[in-house]
Write a protein that binds this ligand. Structure first.
Ligand SMILES: [Zn+2]
Length: 72
């Protein structure tokens, strides 16, 4: 959607909280497709071609983190 970089955005006590974060972050157990990197150690994982391309996010094999960022 709109990714506006407004120079006039300042903290003035009254802030609009937008529900959309800058990065898509997913947790272990989420069904996803595409490529993801561990939020902690940047390990790259990809969804398989079979099984409709769906990947259930695991615990990171390297650092046991449970958060993943979508790549791209
Ligand atoms: Zn990791």
């Amino acid at each position: 959607m709109a990714d506006e970089r407004s120079a006039s955005h300042r903290q003035r006590g009254l802030s609009i909280v937008n529900a959309a974060p800058a990065e898509d972050v997913y947790d272990t157990g989420d069904e996803v497709s595409g490529e993801f990197r561990c939020a902690e150690c940047d390990l790259l994982i990809k969804s398989p071609r079979e099984n409709d391309g769906l990947l259930v996010l695991p615990v990171c094999a390297l650092c046991s983190a449970e958060r993943w960022r979508r790549v791209g």
